[in-house]
Design a protein around this ligand. Sequence first.
Ligand code: SF4
Length: 91
Amino acid sequence: MEACPQYGPEKAFVGPASLAAVRLMNNHPTGSYHKQQRLHAIMADGGISDCGNAQNCVRVCPKEIPLTTAIGELGRQSTLQLLRDLFGKSQ
Ligand code: SF4
């Protein structure tokens, strides 16, 4: 977490680990039930738009979790959710 320039006690950003957890749960068959609520949470202040894409998280991750891939996928999911919200489709 300290490697991320966007994450810290003075900042609202939830951080790459939380975003990766959102992606994991959104793609899980049972976790997908609350996908919409998770996407709305990360579309708010401190969410995905606060990622500066410096990619430090990927470089320092000891488990080699593809964090920026997760963030990119969540960006696409968030965009689709925004379109659903705008045009009234609930899922
Ligand atoms: S890409 Fe950069 S700003 Fe985004 S979560 Fe990773 S370290 Fe933080």
